[in-house]
Design a binder for this molecule. Structure first.
Ligand SMILES: *[C@@H]1O[C@H](CO)[C@@H](O)[C@H](O)[C@H]1NC(C)=O
Ligand SMILES: *[C@@H]1O[C@H](CO)[C@@H](O)[C@H](O)[C@H]1NC(C)=O
Ligand SMILES: *[C@@H]1O[C@H](CO)[C@@H](O)[C@H](O)[C@H]1NC(C)=O
Ligand SMILES: *[C@@H]1O[C@H](CO)[C@@H](O)[C@H](O)[C@H]1NC(C)=O
Length: 360
């Protein structure tokens, strides 16, 4: 072989290797979830999104305009983010210590709370689940980290919420000393969003769309709520948002949990779900800033070199005041105030403005 030939062979091999590495890297970066049509989906299903979901779902994550978060932000950590999170924890600690808010901010570390917390022993992480805040993606990340599946795409849909089989155990399944050890030493986090937006999302998800084929909500829960809270007895429509808000804002709302024998997690407060004043969480992510919080959490948990958070379609995390106004436009001020009172702890602990604009 001539020197020239050798040289060409070497170049060819080099090119091949580079192409292979590029493919590998791009596969690693786009740990995106695909639905049947091959579209990128945020959450297990588009239902956790708002009405405009189909529009968002079709936007390819790569195509972003300047004012929208680009995909690359998901691996970059904002240098200011340490300060932002220090401030969040500082606020939380101050509100937790405020004795006049005690009933609204404190919650025992009950079995119910331990059931909400998922364990990644391999990387010493605890994640408290707060429904309607895009938690499914975090669960997928942790399932992959625990090693049961190689990549997010490999997790079969039905297994994501099957914690006996998906290798992501609940903290409640450990013995008491094992629980204490994990609470004291693991990295702990959870995600919150504006409490009223979360309620809208819960209402849409459980009563309008019902995508996980949970007939229970439509055929058991909805009629029970209607029977107790509907004003207009001749109205025969399915559960309306005003029926729902009267139920959730009722100081005696627990009657329904008692009737069905367990608390419904989808509209329980963050305080009830995660006991944020009792458990010392390291990071509290905000859905509204998920583009910055997701890479920050991965970095702080020490796993940013192992996995990335799936791409977030542009626009879906931002707080939508117009939507909140629209949903609450038919709700009486008394009912809004009751709802606000129930979620007051959540508003105050996590720095969300109480929705005064709904009361003027
Ligand atoms: C405690 O909370 C109440 C009600 O929000 C507030 O008026 C008061 O200023 C708070 N106290 C402290 C010390 O922050
Ligand atoms: C807090 O809860 C306790 C026990 O449930 C009750 O006795 C007390 O009146 C409550 N305090 C406030 C300020 O609501
Ligand atoms: C009650 O609902 C019925 C059926 O939708 C409607 O025709 C009627 O106007 C409603 N009454 C009031 C007072 O809103
Ligand atoms: C906010 O919500 C309104 C009403 O649901 C909707 O028309 C609008 O497109 C939403 N805006 C964004 C930026 O998603």
């Amino acid at each position: 072989m001539s020197k020239n030939m050798q040289h060409r062979c070497f170049l060819l091999a080099l090119c091949g290797w580079a192409v292979f590495m590029l493919l590998l890297v791009s596969k690693f970066i786009t740990l995106s979830v695909r639905d049947k049509e091959g579209r990128s989906v945020y959450g297990t299903k588009p239902h956790i999104l708002d009405q405009n979901v189909t529009k968002y779902v079709e936007i390819k994550p790569q195509e972003h305009t300047d004012d929208q978060p680009s995909q690359s932000t998901l691996t970059e950590v904002d240098p200011d983010w340490d300060a932002v999170h220090a401030e969040r924890l500082n606020l939380l600690n101050n509100v937790c210590r405020n004795t006049s808010l005690r009933n609204l901010t404190h919650s025992p570390i009950s079995n119910f709370v331990l059931d909400r917390i998922f364990v990644c022993d391999k990387h010493k992480i605890l994640f408290c689940q707060t429904p309607k805040v895009g938690n499914t993606q975090w669960k997928k990340v942790l399932i992959v980290l625990n090693g049961e599946f190689k990549s997010i795409e490999d997790i079969p849909e039905p297994l994501i919420h099957n914690h006996e089989k998906n290798g992501l155990p609940r903290l409640s399944t450990y013995s008491e000393p094992e629980i204490t050890k994990r609470l004291n030493t693991y990295f702990k986090f959870f995600i919150v969003r504006d409490p009223f937006e979360r309620l809208i999302s819960a209402f849409k998800d459980k009563f309008l769309k019902n995508p996980r084929f949970e007939p229970w909500y439509r055929y058991n829960i909805a009629p029970a709520i209607i029977q107790k809270y509907r004003r207009n007895r001749t109205e025969t429509k399915g559960l309306q948002f005003d029926d729902f808000t009267r139920y959730v804002g009722d100081p005696n709302h627990k009657w329904l949990d008692i009737k069905i024998g367990k608390p419904i997690i989808h509209w329980a407060t963050y305080v009830e779900l995660c006991a944020p004043c009792e458990i010392k969480y390291n990071v509290i992510g905000h859905h509204e800033t998920l583009e910055k919080d997701a890479p920050y959490i991965l970095k702080k948990a020490g796993i940013s070199n192992l996995i990335s958070y799936p791409p977030i379609p542009p626009g879906i995390t931002a707080y939508n005041r117009t939507k909140v106004k629209q949903y609450f436009s038919g709700i009486s001020k008394r009912d809004i105030k009751r709802l606000d009172a129930r979620f007051q702890g959540d508003f105050k602990l996590f720095g969300y403005d109480e929705p005064d604009f709904l009361l003027t």
